[in-house]
Each structure stands twice: as structure tokens, then as C-alpha cells.
Design a protein around this ligand. Structure first.
Ligand SMILES: Nc1ncnc2c1ncn2[C@@H]1O[C@H](COP(=O)(O)OS(=O)(=O)O)[C@@H](OP(=O)(O)O)[C@H]1O
Length: 143
């Protein structure tokens, strides 16, 4: 059984959401099962290591750290998104209206989103997190 712990920043900044931002996905017999939310494990924990990379090493750095490879326009808004893991992922069943949700969210000038659905978890998982993080300018809320 392979276990993947996914940790992501939430768009909602309410602290009430922060405790539930880790999503455990278990791969059981080839089927990936979406589990209940779990808390993040300690950085360096073996469960966090996926494809020789840790989630911590690939997660977005805080804006204030100055480590982002941002290209900004005059307003300070990123002109081009960073190549990194997403800060938000839209999950939904086919015909569930996920595209509509994305189109609504990406109207915000500080949001960058993939053009096409990456299908990382169901089709491209074997390519690893590095591929995922370099894929495109992911849905990212900068403010
Ligand atoms: N607000 C609202 N109300 C009702 N229906 C809506 C809404 N937003 C999107 N849609 C319909 O959702 C369908 C697209 O779903 P997805 O974005 O998940 O697309 S897809 O399954 O990946 O192709 C697609 O359905 P079809 O037109 O039958 O293809 C959309 O018309």
C-alpha cells in the first residue's frame, strides 16, 4: 500500500481551515482512495517523501520570504506564475462543473491557473512531483 500525504495551502485564510489542510490519499491495489482529512505529519517524516522529493521542499514559499521567482508588473502582481505546486486544487467528478468553478476563480488578477487539466493524480502520478511542480503556472492566490 502506498500512502501519499498531500499538504496544501488553502485559499481560505481562516485558521479554522488550517488544521484540515492535509489530504491523505491511499493507493490500495492500484485504486487511489480519497481519505478523510488528516493533519500534516512532521517535515522529514517518511510518509512525506514521494519520488525522492518531499512535499515541504516543493511547496510554495511564503511571499514575504523573497524566494519566489516572480516577475511583476507595475502593480506588484505577478505577470507570470511560478513553476511550483499548486496552492489550490479543484477536484470534481466529470460534468460536475469544475471548469466553471475554475473560470470564476481565475477572474481574480492574482490567480494563475493551468490551461488544461493536468490529471496528475489519476493519469500522471508516476511522473512525480517534480513534473507536477514544473508543469505550469498553477492556480495560485498571491494575496
Ligand atoms: N452553474 C451551472 N449549473 C448547471 N450546470 C453547469 C453549471 N456550470 C457548468 N455546468 C455544466 O457542467 C458541465 C461541465 O462540467 P465540467 O466542468 O466538470 O466538465 S467536464 O466533465 O470535465 O467535461 C457542462 O454540462 P454540459 O453542457 O451538459 O456538457 C456545463 O454546462
Amino acid at each position: 500500500m502506498t500512502t501519499l500525504i498531500f499538504c496544501s495551502d488553502t485559499i481560505m485564510q481562516n485558521p479554522a481551515y488550517e488544521a484540515h489542510r492535509c489530504l491523505l490519499i491511499q493507493n490500495v491495489g492500484g485504486k487511489k482512495l480519497l481519505q478523510k482529512f488528516h493533519y500534516c505529519s512532521v517535515p522529514g517524516d517518511s510518509k512525506e517523501k514521494v519520488h525522492n522529493k518531499t512535499w515541504a521542499s516543493l511547496m510554495p514559499t511564503p511571499r514575504s520570504s523573497g524566494q519566489e521567482q516572480r516577475t511583476t508588473n507595475n502593480t506588484g502582481t505577478p505577470k507570470f506564475g511560478n513553476k511550483r505546486l499548486p496552492q489550490a486544487i479543484i477536484v470534481g467528478v466529470k460534468k460536475g462543473g469544475t471548469r466553471a468553478v475554475l473560470e470564476f476563480i481565475r477572474v481574480h488578477p492574482d490567480v494563475r491557473a493551468v490551461g488544461t487539466e493536468p490529471h496528475f493524480f489519476d493519469r500522471n502520478y508516476d511522473r512525480g512531483l517534480e513534473w507536477y511542480s514544473l508543469l505550469s503556472t498553477f492556480l495560485s492566490c498571491y494575496k
